[in-house]
Write a protein of this length. Structure first.
Lengths: 244, 112
C-alpha cells in the first residue's frame, strides 16, 4: 500500500491527513467504535454523563483503564483503590511507548514533540503504527502518528456517543459480540506485525502465561506475563542469533 | 454542581494521572534508545507478551456478557477467525467478521 508519493516531500499537514486516512482504513477504527459502545453503556449504567465519558476518553485513552475507572468509581471504591487499579492495568503502556517512540524520533527531535504521540499511544494505535511507519520517511512519522492516533480517538468518541444513547436497549448477545471484538482483532493484528523470532515467541508465551497466571491467581499476572514471556522470548532469539 | 465538578477532579486524579505516568516514563526511557538497539527488541517482546496475555485472558476469563457464551464457542470462534485471516489474503477484516459471525451463531444456538 503506498501512502506517500516517493519523490516529493509532503507537508506535515498532508502527513497528518495520511495518518487519519490510514486510521479509517484500518479495522481498528471500527473495533474502537464497537468497544466504546460497550464502555459507554457501562458508564451510563453507573450514572456518568456523556461529557464525563468523552473527557475520560481524551485524558485516559486506554479502554481497560476506563472500564476499571467507571466500574470502581461507580461501585463506590475509594480514590486510592481506584488509582491503584488503574495504574496497574496501565503498566503495559510503558513497554508500548518504549517500543513506539524510537520509530518516530530523530536525533534532533524535541521532547515536547513526542508528548502528543506518547499520549496517543494505545494498543490500537501502536499496532497500526508498527505496521505502517517503517515504510515512511522518518521526518513524516510524527504527524502521521498524530493523525492516526487522533482519528482512532475520534472513532472511540463516535462509539461512546452511540453507546450512550443505546445503553438501555443493548441486548446481551450484541454486548457479548462487542466484547469479543477486542481479543479477535488484537490477536490477528499482532500476528500480522510479528517479524522477529522474539516477536513470535513473545506472542505464544503471552497467550499461554496470561490466563495461566490469572487462573493461579498470581498477583500482577499481566506484568509477570510481559516480563517473563517477553524476556524468555528475547533470550531464545538472542541465543539463536549468536549461533548463526 | 460541586458534585459534578467532583467527578471531573476524580477523573484527573485517579484516572488520568496513574495512567499517564507510564506513558511519560516511557517517553523518558525511550529518549536514549534507537530502533536497532537490543533494549528496543526486548521492550517490543515484553509489549507483545503483555498484549497476548490480555487477549488470552479475555478469551479464557471473559468479562460481562461474554462469559455467558461457553468457552468452547469462544475458542472455535477465535480459531475460525484465524483460519479466515490465513485463507483470505491475510485480511484482518475477514478475520474479525468471521470470528464475530461464528460467535454470534454459536451463542444463538446455545440460547444466549
Amino acid at each position: 500500500m503506498s501512502i506517500v508519493p516517493a519523490a516529493s516531500s509532503p507537508s506535515a499537514t498532508a502527513m497528518f491527513f495520511a495518518g487519519a486516512r490510514a486510521a479509517w482504513l484500518s479495522v481498528m477504527a471500527y473495533v474502537l467504535i464497537g468497544t466504546y459502545i460497550g464502555i459507554a453503556a457501562l458508564a451510563h449504567d453507573f450514572g456518568f454523563s456523556l461529557w464525563w465519558l468523552a473527557a475520560s476518553t481524551v485524558l485516559v485513552w486506554a479502554a481497560p483503564a476506563q472500564v476499571i475507572l467507571v466500574s470502581a468509581l461507580g461501585a463506590g471504591a475509594t480514590p486510592v483503590e481506584t488509582a491503584l487499579a488503574v495504574g496497574l492495568s496501565s503498566v503495559r503502556l510503558l513497554p508500548t511507548v518504549i517500543s513506539l517512540l524510537p520509530l518516530i524520533k530523530r536525533p534532533g527531535t524535541r521532547n515536547r514533540d513526542l508528548v502528543l504521540p506518547a499520549h496517543l499511544t494505545a494498543v490500537s494505535m501502536w499496532i497500526e503504527a508498527l505496521r505502517l511507519l517503517p515504510a515512511l520517511p522518518r521526518e513524516n512519522r510524527i504527524p502521521f502518528a498524530n493523525g492516526l492516533g487522533l482519528s482512532f480517538m475520534l472513532a472511540a468518541q463516535v462509539g461512546g456517543g452511540i453507546g450512550y444513547y443505546l445503553a438501555t436497549s443493548l441486548p446481551p448477545l450484541l454486548s457479548a459480540a462487542l466484547l469479543f471484538l477486542t481479543p479477535m482483532s488484537f490477536l490477528i493484528s499482532t500476528t500480522r506485525n510479528c517479524r522477529l523470532l522474539s516477536d513470535w515467541l513473545a506472542l505464544a508465551f503471552g497467550l499461554v502465561l496470561g490466563p495461566l497466571l490469572a487462573v493461579w491467581q498470581v498477583g500482577l499476572d499481566l506484568l509477570w506475563t510481559g516480563i517473563v514471556g517477553g524476556s524468555v522470548a528475547y533470550g531464545i532469539y538472542r541465543l539463536r542469533e549468536a549461533r548463526k | 454542581m460541586s458534585g459534578e465538578l467532583h467527578v471531573y477532579v476524580l477523573l484527573v486524579l485517579v484516572g488520568f494521572l496513574p495512567n499517564e505516568i507510564w506513558r511519560m516514563l516511557g517517553l523518558v526511557v525511550a529518549r536514549g534508545i534507537d530502533e536497532e538497539s537490543e533494549f528496543f527488541t526486548w521492550a517490543r517482546a515484553v509489549a507483545i507478551a503483555v498484549l497476548a496475555g490480555v487477549i488470552a485472558k479475555i478469551i479464557v476469563l471473559p468479562p460481562g456478557t461474554l462469559a455467558g457464551v461457553p468457552l468452547g464457542i469462544r475458542l472455535v470462534a477465535i480459531a475460525c477467525g484465524f483460519a479466515a485471516f490465513l485463507a483470505v489474503r491475510r485480511s484482518v477484516f475477514a478475520a474479525v467478521l468471521t470470528g464475530e459471525v461464528v460467535l454470534t451463531l454459536g451463542a444463538l444456538a446455545y440460547g444466549l
